[in-house]
Design a protein around this ligand. Structure first.
Ligand code: DX5
Ligand code: ZN
Length: 219
């Protein structure tokens, strides 16, 4: 069993001091950078896009875990591969031909992820779980950082873990939204492999220490 990964969400970082924030994550015990791309259509918010990710990539020394909250993500798969991102997660709800999209992501050399909104059942992944590297279970409605964790997530993670085992898939389970020291351990117990944390890390007094504590909690 590999150790739980921590992926700070840069959405909650200080954009006016992005290089400083990236260096903090580089020096911390975090495993990945989590990058939230929002288009103002799939979600009611706009975050940042390719030029900002290109700038981040120049300083980041850990894998870029990219979460696309955009409609028709197929348009930009190659663009994100060229930016050097490690994993590309698309939303189940935004893909008409999910299987094709997953194949296209892997063909570009990236890990293929699928994010599920809180209302989307994990049962819908029965026929694609073997083609997925990461399932991002949204534990808030996507679009904003700093929202409250949805309790139903625990059961969803347990069901997903069972599906992964049953289908002999290698998919990792990532939890995104409202993750903090109060729910991290239980999420890992339910089957989570990667924890995204935005506000909990960046709005704390000592972000590097917060990452360390989170990591120790789930070790
Ligand atoms: C929500 C994003 C999350 C968000 C998490 O749409 O996908 O990654 O930044 O932020 P917190 O940890 O503050 O809920
Ligand atoms: Zn995210």
């Amino acid at each position: 069993m590999t150790k739980t990964k921590i992926a700070p969400s840069m959405l909650a970082s200080d954009f006016a001091n992005l290089q400083h924030e990236i260096e903090m994550v580089n020096q911390s015990e975090a495993d990945w950078f989590h990058l939230d791309v929002m288009d103002g259509v799939f979600v009611p918010n706009i975050s940042f896009g390719m030029p900002v990710i290109a700038a981040m990539a120049q300083h980041a020394k850990k894998p870029l875990d990219t979460h696309l909250m955009i409609v028709d993500p197929d348009r930009y798969i190659k663009t994100f591969a060229d930016l050097g991102v490690y994993s590309l997660s698309v939303h189940y709800e935004a893909c008409t031909h999910l299987h094709r999209t997953l194949q296209a992501i892997r063909a570009e050399g990236m890990k293929a992820g699928v994010a599920l909104n809180p209302h989307t059942s994990i049962k819908l992944l029965e026929d694609t779980i073997q083609d997925i590297d990461i399932v991002v279970v949204m534990s808030v409605n996507p679009g904003f950082g700093g929202q409250a964790f949805i309790e139903n997530t625990y059961r969803k993670v347990e069901d997903l873990k069972n599906l992964i085992i049953q289908k002999k898939s290698d998919a990792l389970i990532e939890i995104d939204g409202g993750v903090n020291a109060a729910n991290a351990k239980r999420l890992v117990g339910a089957g989570a492999d990667i924890l995204v944390a935005g506000s909990f890390v960046f709005k704390s007094e000592n972000p590097k220490g917060t990452i360390k504590n989170l990591k120790e909690q789930v070790a």
